[in-house]
Design a binder for this molecule. Structure first.
Ligand SMILES: Nc1ncnc2c1ncn2[C@@H]1O[C@H](COP(=O)(O)OP(=O)(O)OP(=O)(O)O)[C@@H](O)[C@H]1O
Length: 273
């Protein structure tokens, strides 16, 4: 494969906690006549869990996809450790995706492969010379990290929704990424499994020191896992703050969004007319 013998374009160095790891600068993106981002700005700091909230179709997933090169912005820059990655070719994004891994909404496991083979897949891609023994060791270690030890030989079809999400996470962290992108991690899960996934997000930060960017509709989850929350509205990030700052926000876009979800956050509360 093309990327196997290339010199990585991204010059990665282990981040220092709190340094600016990712910066979206003056981002613009349209699909045909539909403008999704206009001058969007956002910084993400090493070690934090940042959640992006916003109404349906405001571009939360598009933002994550621009970061790993699955979509390209029309204008503006994306910087990773100060290096501009916006103009990278497809093969250069492979280096970015080793350090920034996405946990897809539907887990996106290969049904024809076992759980172990699914997790080994990115390892084979990024480390083609890794021995079979080391591969097995890494797979076992990642399964342990997501509290599913020993299920290497199971098939995705035999797993519950929550287990699939955790195997998807084990696969995402196989290459020891510094940044984990979570696309709607708790959508469609029951409350108990949702809490397990919330704990996983927090434990990746605690155990591995990972930086997480979470995209979610689930405000309980956003308030429970985030160090900071960023609100996407009007084609841009309109406010970023701690969960407390966002709860106390007087910005009309944030207020309208949170008030509409008040019942979700405070069961029994009356929703403002
Ligand atoms: N590949 C694409 N081609 C054309 N339009 C797209 C593409 N990807 C996203 N869009 C459009 O961009 C807008 C933002 O999409 P996105 O999926 O990022 O929204 P979202 O905020 O994640 O929404 P939701 O919360 O409903 O998942 C939508 O109008 C969507 O239809």
């Amino acid at each position: 494969m093309l990327f196997r013998h290339r010199t990585p374009r991204l010059e990665f160095r282990p981040p220092t906690r709190g340094e600016e790891l990712i910066r979206f600068e003056h981002l613009r993106k349209s699909f045909g006549p539909k403008r999704v981002f206009d001058d969007l700005q956002l910084s993400v700091y090493a070690g934090e869990t940042l959640t992006v909230i916003g109404g349906s179709g405001t571009g939360k997933s598009v933002l994550l996809k621009c970061l790993i090169g699955l979509l390209r912005p029309d204008a503006g820059r994306i910087l990773f450790q100060g290096q501009e990655i916006t103009g990278y070719r497809e093969e250069d994004f492979i280096d970015v995706r080793r350090h920034v891994a996405m946990v897809f909404q539907g887990a996106a496991l290969f049904d024809s492969l076992t759980v172990g083979e699914n997790i080994a897949y990115p390892l084979r891609e990024h480390f083609p010379s890794m021995s079979a023994e080391e591969l097995r060791g890494r797979v076992a270690e990642k399964l342990k990290l997501v509290d599913l030890p020993g299920i290497e030989d199971m098939r995705p079809a035999d797993l519950s929704g929550g287990m699939k999400k955790r195997v998807g996470l084990a696969r995402a962290i196989a290459t020891d990424p510094e940044v984990i992108l979570w696309d709607e991690p708790t959508t469609g899960l029951d409350p108990v499994t949702t809490e397990t996934i919330n704990q996983m997000i927090r434990s990746m930060q605690k155990k591995l020191g990972c930086t997480s960017i979470v995209v979610t509709h689930d405000m309980m989850s956003a308030f429970s896992v985030s160090d900071r929350i960023a609100m996407l509205a009007n084609r841009s990030i309109v406010q970023v703050g701690t969960p407390e700052e966002m709860r106390a926000s007087t910005l009309p876009e944030v207020r309208a969004f949170l008030d509409a979800r008040r019942q979700e956050l405070e069961p029994g509360a009356e929703v403002a007319p």
